[in-house]
Design a protein around this ligand. Structure first.
Ligand code: KG4
Ligand code: ZN
Length: 342
């Protein structure tokens, strides 16, 4: 099976070809990602209208590049899989309509993929993780713990009641005058900071409710920052380090609750696994915290390589392969309209 994947739900224009041949491990034949970060950086965040136009301009060339990189032509492709939601509707329209046009013209199967399903199944592409497993998805738009029981069979155990974790990183960076995207810059600044300097709250810690919350932490950061004038480089470093420590601590509390619930739900599961996905999974401190937590609870910890954790089209092509194999969700794909909320 060879599937062309297309991803345009946010500010990455991406195309990929993934192959799965009988009795061998899946192979990413091409994975081209064009980041629009520079076009949005001056605005301090993604501007939907600019994103949609940039997708229009870039997508054809990115698909051509992916096909060339993979050494395949459209003739060798079995199906075209595109992100159909959730995300910014302008980008979704560009990606899904392009996929429909290619599939219709070349007589290929079309698969409408949920972006979150792409993130959820990536660990099976990289690490052959078996169902069921637990997924922590931490990105700019989502903060969720999901039980992954099978292809198309998901149960959300926790979500954020306010900001997504990546969003909290991005807003913290903005308050401190650090450039967009905030996550990597907060992490970098935190390396020179004292994580005990500010006693920021650990939102939801100890709460019986499974969900996440980050807006209170964001307010605490704003108050700390506005109390210092002028804000020096060391102050910024200390705030970043203290913020990251609070986030890691809060995350550990929420995730350990889910690990316990997984144990109770699947007492016979010999090697339970926690998979982390989404752009925030790039954060070394967060990854180390999760690693330690998993070791303590007897869980295997799987973090796909960075390139496949943040937005990309290989995860969409792979979700397409998984859906084809499971014979799911491609019957009426040509009628499928993009869903900004899905
Ligand atoms: O998954 P992703 O590439 O895009 C979506 O949001 O779907 O995630 C991007 C998010 C941004 O909020 C960014 O600031 C955050 O991931 N991020 C990080 C780091 N690298 C990226 N957050 C914390 N630490 C990082 N090193
Ligand atoms: Zn994403």
């Amino acid at each position: 099976m060879r599937v062309l994947g297309i991803e345009t739900s946010c500010d990455e224009t991406a195309a990929s070809v993934v192959a799965l041949d009988a009795d061998s491990a899946p192979e990413i034949l091409a994975n081209v990602v064009f980041s629009q970060i520079e076009e949005h950086a001056v605005f301090g965040g993604v501007v939907p209208e600019i994103a949609a136009r940039a997708h229009v301009e870039a997508l054809d060339g990115i698909i051509e590049a992916a096909l060339a990189d993979s050494g395949t032509s459209l003739d060798d492709i079995d199906a075209v899989a595109a992100t159909a939601g959730p995300g910014l509707v302008g980008g979704l329209i560009v990606g899904l309509m392009t996929a429909k046009a290619i599939a219709a013209a070349a007589g290929k199967t079309l698969i409408a993929v949920n972006h979150l399903e792409g993130h959820a199944l990536t660990a099976r592409l990289t690490d052959n993780v078996a169902f069921p497993y637990l997924l922590l998805l931490v990105s700019g738009g989502h903060t969720q713990i999901v039980l992954v029981r099978g292809v198309g069979d998901y149960q959300r155990w926790a979500t954020t009641i306010d900001d997504a974790l990546g969003e909290a990183f991005d807003k913290t960076a903005k308050m401190l005058g650090l450039p967009y995207p905030g996550g990597p810059n907060v992490e970098k600044a935190a390396r020179n900071g004292d994580a005990t300097h500010f006693a920021f709250p650990r939102p939801m810690k100890g709460s019986a409710q499974p969900d996440f919350s980050f807006s209170g932490l964001k307010t605490a950061v704003r108050q700390a920052a506005s109390a210092i004038a002028p804000l020096g480089e060391q102050d910024v470093a200390d705030i970043c380090a203290s913020f990251q420590a609070a986030v890691s601590d809060a995350l550990a509390d929420r995730v350990s609750r889910a690990l316990k619930r997984f144990r109770e739900t699947f007492p016979d599961e010999a090697q339970p696994t926690l998979v982390v996905a989404g752009g925030v999974a790039a954060n070394a401190e967060i990854k180390a915290t999760l690693h330690t937590l998993c070791a303590r609870h007897g869980f295997a910890f799987v973090a796909p390589p960075l390139k496949l954790c943040s937005d990309n089209a290989a995860m969409i092509a792979w979700a397409g392969i998984e859906r084809l194999r499971a014979d799911l969700g491609h019957e009426d794909a040509f009628d499928f309209a993009p869903r900004s909320r899905w």
